[in-house]
Design a protein around this ligand. Structure first.
Ligand SMILES: Nc1ncnc2c1ncn2[C@@H]1O[C@H](COP(=O)(O)OP(=O)(O)OP(=O)(O)O)[C@@H](O)[C@H]1O
Ligand SMILES: [Mg+2]
Length: 360
């Protein structure tokens, strides 16, 4: 899933119509003061697809889509997934009795190469897409199919919400395993089977899937460990044992301890390393690689010192430079934002929040 364009009206602080154009924003930053609406932009992407956002804590939070003074919220997301273009729309209304309900939800598969600017200039009949979901109830399955990830995993691997960065790092082994199963899709079987044959003896069918996931977790943790070593200036390796994550602390005689003992900044580094490794290692193995076409990180950079920040920025630049995924960050840290080619500046006045694109 790679966002192309987002339109919002009445969605929480975006009271007035606002468009965020992600065209060629392969590496972008959302910047702006505290409470200006940066996370809300990411919320709107998530909401268009899944009808909820992490901070609402469940679908019953739907009323939060509306600013208290608004009676209607509209969100439309144009995105690309595995080369196809889609438009996801949701409209939420407050009725006369004050109840907030989804009035409209839909997903359309647009004609190949659909030109996003036509949303401004007007659509002709041949621009109309195929309706793949026309009701809120149909959305869930259709979005899952188009994006390749259910909501929980989308918010662990693609749009990483503020304050929940460490969820994958701290997840229970079973939860983590489920995320891997979904991310890997089926393609991994072929890849890993080849390796299994090379190593021989691992192909007893009943153990195969478990072995396969262990292999994927090995790859993931190896990749994350390499990134973490770099981010921590050689201090930490990441390892796993029976599905639990540990760090090996080279500043403490190479002793192993639980990842929960890491400091705030270190937890961020380890989580970032895992998120990047997920995006990096698994995309090549997965048949659902489309699901990893972007990674957007909401905050946490403020916990890093200048040297670490520099390493993080370089890591993100490298990832973005590969060109196979969009990399986005939300940040207050100018030293990071200044290095990012496309910036969306979010501002809020008494009436509404706005987004202005600067840079490329
Ligand atoms: N459901 C809602 N209805 C009305 N206002 C909301 C709603 N949800 C959030 N807000 C407000 O919208 C504003 C923007 O919130 P948002 O979380 O997007 O800010 P932010 O730019 O990410 O800030 P920070 O840098 O502090 O994370 C905040 O003032 C917040 O209190
Ligand atoms: Mg925020």
């Amino acid at each position: 899933m790679r966002p192309m364009r987002l339109d919002m009206a009445g969605f929480t602080v975006f009271r007035e119509e606002t468009t965020v154009d992600f065209t060629d924003a392969d590496f972008f930053a959302l910047v702006g003061p505290t409470g200006s609406g940066k996370s809300t932009v990411l919320d709107a992407i998530c909401f268009a697809l899944y009808g909820t956002v992490p901070r609402w804590g469940g679908t019953r939070g739907l009323a939060n889509a509306l600013a208290p003074s608004a009676n209607e919220a509209r969100v439309r997301l144009v995105f690309e997934s595995a080369g196809a273009r889609y438009v996801a729309t949701r409209v939420v209304r407050r009725d006369g009795r004050g109840t907030v309900k989804t009035a409209n939800a839909g997903l359309q598969l647009m004609p190949a190469g659909f030109d996003v600017t036509k949303l401004d200039t007007g659509l002709s009949p041949e621009d109309l897409g195929e309706v793949v979901a026309g009701t809120p109830a149909e959305m869930e399955r259709a979005v899952l199919e188009a994006v390749g990830l259910p909501y929980e995993q989308f918010t662990s691997c693609v749009l990483l919400p503020q304050g929940q960065f460490a969820d994958f790092l701290h997840a229970k082994p079973a939860t983590r395993q489920q995320i891997l199963v979904n991310l890997l899709g089926l393609g991994v079987y072929e890849e890993v089977q080849k390796r299994a044959v090379e190593r021989a003896g691992h192909l007893r069918a009943n153990n195969f899937e478990r072995w396969l996931l262990a292999e994927a977790l090995d790859l993931l943790v190896d990749g994350a460990s390499r990134i973490l070593r770099e981010l921590s200036n050689g201090q930490y390796d990441l390892v796993h044992d029976k599905g639990e994550f540990f760090v090996v602390d080279h500043h403490d005689a190479g002793l192993r301890r639980a990842v929960r003992t890491l400091s705030g900044g270190e937890t961020f580094q380890a989580s970032l390393a895992l998120a990047l490794a997920l995006s990096e290692q698994l995309a090549g193995m997965s048949t659902t690689a489309a699901s990893l076409e972007s990674i957007v990180l909401d905050e946490g950079f403020g916990t890093l010192d200048a040297a670490t920040l520099d390493t993080v920025a370089a890591t993100l630049e490298n990832l973005a430079a590969r060109g196979d995924r969009m990399v986005g960050v939300v940040t207050h840290v100018p030293a990071l934002a200044d290095r990012i080619p496309v910036r969306f500046e979010v501002r809020k006045d008494a009436r509404t929040a706005r987004v202005e694109r600067t840079g490329l």
